[in-house]
Design a protein around this ligand. Structure first.
Ligand code: URA
Length: 202
């Protein structure tokens, strides 16, 4: 699974590791809630608390998730990366996709979704869609195709602040868990037996 975000935030910039701040924690917990095949919905963990849970979840996910961003440098004040910054980072992103060779890409937010699709994705309408995208092989120059699920950006979900509605199956955070469920179903269908699910099933 390859997860592509927008750009590092302050926590990611300090640690050099993508998706370790509040947005990253929310995304990891949404994946954990989306994956079990039964449809039972439990509350999300409190972000910034329960460090052991998030550390163990990350260690588990890191066995088969590669995390990156559309831009690798942190934009000052958390502004969106500029078109030039995204363009400068594009070849590196395509080479990362090619090198990781994921079963599924998850694009978190409009920016990585649009960069990888090659046209603007209206994320508020299109979240939950699985697109067929292509990157150029650095070896042959031929297109190499991948399925890409697009989801709302976790920072947007945190701003909406409806994480507490997940258990009652309402709100955009819950909708994102459902979007992830679709993508993870596809991942399961393609690669069911290649990962150990014990962390998710305990
Ligand atoms: N963390 C990242 O590294 N990227 C994002 O887009 C969000 C959180």
């Amino acid at each position: 699974l390859l997860i592509v975000g927008e750009a590092p935030g302050a926590t990611e910039d300090e640690s050099g590791v993508p998706f370790v701040g509040d947005g990253g924690q929310l995304l990891m917990d949404m994946i954990a809630k989306a994956w079990p095949p039964d449809d039972e919905m439990t509350s999300l963990r409190r972000i910034g608390e329960d460090e052991t849970y998030f550390r163990e979840l990350r260690t588990y996910l890191d066995k088969f998730v590669f995390w990156t961003n559309a831009a690798l440098c942190r934009p000052p004040e958390n502004r969106n990366p500029t078109a030039l910054e995204l363009k400068s980072c594009r070849e590196r992103l395509e080479r990362t996709v090619y090198a990781v060779d994921p079963v599924l890409i998850i694009a978190a937010g409009k920016i990585p979704a649009s960069i990888l699709l090659g046209k603007t994705v209206q994320i508020t309408e299109k979240h939950g869609t699985i697109y067929d995208i292509a990157v150029k092989s650095p070896v042959t120059g031929d297109p190499v195709r991948y399925p890409m699920l697009v989801i709302l950006h976790p920072a947007y979900l945190l701003r909406q602040g409806d994480q507490n509605l997940v258990k009652s199956r309402k709100g955009v955070t819950y909708a994102t868990i459902q979007d992830l469920r679709e993508g993870l179903r596809l991942l399961d269908a393609l690669h069911r037996d290649t990962y150990d699910r014990s962390f998710l099933e305990r």
